[in-house]
Ligand binder design. Structure first.
Ligand SMILES: *Cc1c(COP(=O)(O)O)cnc(C)c1O
Length: 408
């Protein structure tokens, strides 16, 4: 048993750890499924799922077993040698998603960087763009990670402030506006990078038909369509990949987060042989990328998604959650939106920000995090039951309705 209190841990973290986050003041020490416990023994329902890395739930017994068994046998070889897990993950992930090849990395940002490098190299070697002239188009409100090149095309001042000079070669168009995308394409455009639903941007669902129009434009202009499915993929929105909602197959897909069920950092880029074939030995790599521990964990995490029908669960329960949220009469709520179990409660400006609602939810045993200041994101593990959702909804309704105009 721990002898330190919540306040002790917070004081230590504040003293010795950089303050690049502003977490809710709950110190979690263990978890199981959709539930977590803090160091005081209080229990909470996790409605964030580590930004959708925990689609399979915390400490899924099958994934834990795969991880422990693999850790005992072989954890790391580096790609200087081969291991007996990477080929199997590659085959299983490609068969599950219908892509020809994958390239494994660790974090989501690395998968995005890999996709951008592939797109540039494809532009020069296959499309015939003149050297160093490749352009990549992304969307306003995007979130693709925190590397220097990725924040170079962020529209969020906070992510960029103080970090220049930035990587050139990127352009922004408004999210959800296919006409703007078409106007921005030039003969040097190699790729369009977007999220099927903007998660960090505030759970923004694009207008119906947008993804199909993007597909058509990319095909017509010979531009790679890169879907960043790091948050939306692997069941979160009710399909294995969120682009399936419009029957679309992007040229390149990035996956991360739930690819390991939250057990370990594992990410991947999926594409055709033509596109990933631009990489030869020495062009790109990562010491930990494709390591046998990561691959064994990811293989089991993918099997859990299929065996437990997590896509179907997210679709059914997501519809239920959104309908119930829309039924709540609250002076603070402007609207509720989402797809599957990725849902945002958008607050009115006069509600005074989402943070204090998340604090109030925490006091009642529900962990959620504000995104973009004014949106409460709800994204519980996909293994949640309807009864557990009802338990959370009861508390969410209280927090959104009781008290005076100054709120909970
Ligand atoms: C979280 C996220 C990333 C970055 O993943 P990291 O593992 O934090 O580097 C990239 N794209 C999207 C859409 C994300 O949600």
């Amino acid at each position: 048993m721990s002898t330190l209190s919540t306040e002790d841990y917070i004081a230590l973290e504040d003293q010795y750890n950089a303050h690049n986050y502003w977490p809710l003041d709950v110190v979690i020490t263990r978890a199981e499924g959709v539930w977590v416990w803090d160091v005081e023994g209080r229990k909470y329902l996790d409605c964030l799922s580590a930004y959708s890395a925990l689609n399979q739930g915390h400490c899924h017994p099958r994934i834990v077993r795969a991880m422990v068994e693999q850790a005992r046998r072989l954890a790391l070889t580096s790609r200087a040698f081969r291991n007996d897990q990477l080929p199997l993950l590659a085959k299983e992930l490609c068969e599950l998603t219908g892509y020809e090849m994958m390239l494994p990395m660790n974090s989501g940002a690395e998968a995005v960087e890999t996709a951008l490098k592939a797109a540039r190299k494809w532009g020069y070697t296959i499309k015939g763009v003149p050297d160093d002239r490749a352009e990549i188009i992304a969307c306003t409100g995007n979130f693709h990670g925190r590397t220097l090149s990725i924040i170079s095309f962020s529209s969020e001042e906070r992510y960029r402030d103080g970090f220049g000079p930035f990587t050139p070669g990127f352009k922004l168009v408004p999210y959800g506006d296919a006409d703007a995308l078409e106007r921005a394409i030039t003969p040097n455009t190699v790729a369009f990078l977007f999220e099927p639903v903007q998660g960090e941007g505030g759970v923004v669902v694009p207008p119906e038909g947008y993804i199909r129009r993007v597909r058509a434009l990319c095909t017509r202009h010979n531009v790679l369509m890169i879907a960043d499915e790091i948050q939306t993929g692997l069941g979160r929105t009710g399909k294995l990949l969120a682009c399936e909602h419009e029957g679309v197959r992007p040229d390149v897909v990035t996956l991360g987060k739930a690819l390991s069920g939250g057990m370990y950092p594992v990410s991947a880029v999926l594409a055709s042989r033509e596109i990933l074939g631009v990489f030869g030995p020495g062009d790109h790599g990562s010491t930990f990328g494709g390591n046998p521990l990561a691959c064994a964990v990811a293989r089991e995490a993918l099997r859990v998604i299929v065996d437990e029908r997590l896509c179907e669960r997210a679709a059914e329960l997501g519809e239920y959650l959104l309908a119930r949220l829309r039924g709540i009469r609250s002076p603070y709520v402007a609207l509720c939106r989402g797809r599957g179990l990725l849902v945002g409660i958008v607050l009115r400006p006069e509600a005074g920000g989402a943070r204090r609602f998340c604090e109030a939810l925490k006091e009642r045993g529900v962990l959620a995090k504000d995104t973009h200041g004014t949106v409460i994101r709800l994204a519980p593990p996909l293994v949640i039951t309807r009864e557990e959702l009802d338990w959370a909804l009861e508390r969410i309704e209280k927090v959104l309705t009781i008290g005076n105009r100054r709120g909970p």
